[in-house]
Design a protein around this ligand. Sequence first.
Ligand SMILES: NC(=O)c1ccc[n+]([C@@H]2O[C@H](COP(=O)([O-])OP(=O)(O)OC[C@H]3O[C@@H](n4cnc5c(N)ncnc54)[C@H](OP(=O)(O)O)[C@@H]3O)[C@@H](O)[C@H]2O)c1
Length: 332
Amino acid sequence: MKTIRTSIIGFGAIGQGVAEVLLLKKEYLRSLGLEVRVVAVADSKGATFNPNGVDLAKCLVRKRETGTVALEKLSGLELIKRLDHELVIETTPTNIETGGVGLQNMRAAFETGKDVVTSNKGPLTLKYGELQEAAKAAGSKFRFEASVGGAMPIINLVNEVLAGNEVKGIKGILNGTCNYILSRMLEEKASYKDILAESMELGIAETDPSYDVEGIDTACKLVILANALFGLDATYNDVEVTGITKITPDALEMAQENGYVIKLIGEVSRKGLQVAPRLVPIKHPLAVGGTLNVASVDTELAGEITVTGKGAGPIETASAILSDLISIYREC
Ligand SMILES: NC(=O)c1ccc[n+]([C@@H]2O[C@H](COP(=O)([O-])OP(=O)(O)OC[C@H]3O[C@@H](n4cnc5c(N)ncnc54)[C@H](OP(=O)(O)O)[C@@H]3O)[C@@H](O)[C@H]2O)c1
């Protein structure tokens, strides 16, 4: 049995989802010869740690009842630096301006020879090349399937399942909030403003929705795909971005009368990166509704491969983190 000592840094929706999935999959992981021992859990107020393993079920209850998992004033960053372990599961908030604490956590993880699995787009959007170099220099593994499309497999699909294929381009819907708003505007023939209000009430859109509706979130995901799958050295400034705020119910209806839907499509190829509302034929595989994500990969040998799935949600996103973890430790 191989023991993997891991920390979970960031214990919000996704960090807690990871804890639940690790509890649920304990026996399955053992059947693969892996014992995943969580030695530290941190949120913004502090942390709990135990080199012999923390009690994850108790961490979940404590977080729910008191609002924090912390038993110590130590930060996640200090624990990454000081506590012996193999893997950092990094699930702190995305910050695309500075990389946030996630960037510091990842740098510290690689400086101390640890592997990183993350759902955090910020550091990847800003410092992809630097982080890959740091991982390589340390001999560390670095996986981030959950950062693009949540549960929908795209990075590992291209790098592993479609290995050997040259990828000509990828296009898709990478933001569930925009997809929900456009789908509902068409269904209800309602204005952008009304459906945005509904989305906020349902918790589908954030209180400040600009990151989603202006296309910024989709652009960040495209940057990650461009770097991870096309070997480009792209940053956010390389993306031409138009969001969905100017789409009207009339435009959606006119498109429908002509056999199309309007979707916020992100597109990446060696020629460039674009995010913009596009007309998609109603019966096309990219024309998925609700909060779903979808990506179509244009490959040299296999033709077009399309995947769709849930782009968000604690358990769904944790499933991508789990699969990264398994693929790191099963392969070595
Ligand atoms: N939600 C999704 O469906 C989804 C899907 C794909 C990717 N993601 C990405 O996954 C990451 C986590 O998302 P989330 O929805 O779980 O966010 P969240 O609910 O806001 O949780 C973030 C967690 O990070 C903690 N945190 C903040 N500053 C910290 C620090 N300095 N040290 C340690 N922990 C710190 C927060 O602490 P407190 O609990 O004390 O506030 C919270 O526990 C984000 O980067 C997000 O973009 C999310």
